[in-house]
Design a protein around this ligand. Structure first.
Ligand SMILES: O=c1ccn([C@@H]2O[C@H](COP(=O)(O)OP(=O)(O)O)[C@@H](O)[C@H]2O)c(=O)[nH]1
Ligand SMILES: O=C(O)[C@@H](COP(=O)(O)O)O[C@H]1O[C@H](CO)[C@@H](O)[C@H](O)[C@H]1O
Length: 338
């Protein structure tokens, strides 16, 4: 891992308990308008889970503790009862088509996150996926807290364990499959300063509106990678941070759906590589080191472990002198002269 990334990992990684609600409320009051918070849930066919998340945010973070100023579910074109479930639980619900109608919407998560900026007012915008189960308010307080208490920070991502679950039962440790197989290698090779992010694709992150409104939003699943890479370029690594909020339980898509997600994420990365001319040879292009993370049983925190990435390429055999020499023998047609 680059020393800069390792240093960032030490200085900009925290746990959610660092921001108890009393500290948050005091910081919110002191921050005034800069401390207003909008929570946004992008939702496509999430009727079975969206209501419980809305209920927890409304009850714990709006009624009990006035931390969140507005809670908006943006319906991404659901065919189920997502909107009704969200409204019944107390969220403001906006349909994607009703936002900026002059611009025909395209399908995708990023499209609704982008449009959400038009229908929310908070200086801090907190994105939470709507397919989470066992949702904990710390998913919000943990990532909003740093922004309320440190004006130098611009974007904070949640980090967590991601067990792979089916019907609520853990079937493997390996959630975040596109993260591990596509996004993390891409970031490590092309944006090694971001190698310290444990969950670069995580759907729970908070950022200042003043940053989000200046970023491109890939309309599909490339939005998390795109925003992270562009935020790095725009505000620098030190304005970014991550907070450990424990374990994330969510619905998992099948491998073909994740293949489509991987393709859009790869495309999003290529777009940025091309835009910043990083496809051309550069000293840190495709840095051959991959840093991964696992939960440390002793400290309970995330432990980074780095691995060399095979970067050796052999030249065409035809260019190897020994090969050309060997070829003369075989060329005689006598296989014993190999
Ligand atoms: O076109 C889309 C695709 C996804 N989502 C929402 O974005 C979040 C993350 O999507 P998903 O759970 O499919 O991603 P995963 O977590 O499986 O990678 C969820 O709240 C989805 O309902 C959305 O609003 N529009
Ligand atoms: O991290 C991942 O590999 C994918 C898939 O997660 P799983 O393998 O289903 O646990 O999930 C994330 O990626 C999406 C694209 O960035 C985000 O939109 C999701 O919020 C996030 O869960």
């Amino acid at each position: 891992m680059l020393p800069e990334a390792a240093d960032w990992l030490r200085r900009r990684s925290w746990t959610a308990d660092r921001w108890p609600v009393e500290r948050l409320l005091a910081a919110k009051r002191a921050a005034g308008a800069a401390g207003t918070v909008s929570v946004v849930l992008p939702a496509l066919d999430e009727e079975t889970t969206v209501g419980a998340i809305v209920e927890v945010v409304r009850r714990e973070l709006m009624e009990k503790v006035p931390l969140v100023d507005e809670l908006v579910v943006v319906d991404s074109g659901s065919a189920d009862g997502t909107a009704a479930a969200a409204a019944a639980a107390g969220a403001a619900v906006v349909h994607r088509d009703a936002v900026l109608p002059r611009l025909a919407p395209v399908p995708g998560k990023g499209e609704v996150l982008w449009r959400s900026l038009l229908v929310t007012r908070g200086s801090i915008v907190c994105f939470i996926d709507a397919d989470l189960r066992e949702f904990d308010p710390a998913f919000v307080t943990g990532i909003v807290g740093p922004l309320l208490t440190d004006p130098g920070l611009q974007l904070v991502k949640a980090m967590y364990d991601r067990p792979l679950e089916a019907d609520g039962a853990v079937v493997a440790a390996g959630g975040g499959r596109v993260t591990e197989l596509v996004a993390r290698p891409l970031l490590n090779l092309h944006w090694p300063r971001l190698a310290g992010f444990v969950q670069p694709l995580g759907g729970e992150y908070a950022a200042r509106r003043s940053l989000l409104e200046r970023l491109h939003f890939p309309t599909g699943y490339g939005v998390e990678l795109g925003l992270l890479v562009d935020a790095l370029e725009l505000v620098g690594l030190d304005a970014l941070a991550q907070v450990d909020v424990g374990v994330r339980h969510h619905r998992h898509q099948d491998s073909q759906a994740l293949g489509r997600m991987a393709a859009t994420i790869y495309r999003t990365a290529l777009e940025r590589l091309d835009r910043t001319h990083r496809l051309k040879a550069a000293e840190d292009l495709a840095r051959p080191v991959l840093t991964q993370f696992s939960r440390d049983p002793d400290s309970g925190g995330f432990r980074a472990h780095s691995h060399a990435v095979s970067a050796t390429e052999r030249p065409p055999m035809i260019e190897v002198p020994e090969y050309s020499a060997s070829r003369t023998g075989f060329a005689t047609g006598d296989p014993r002269q190999g």
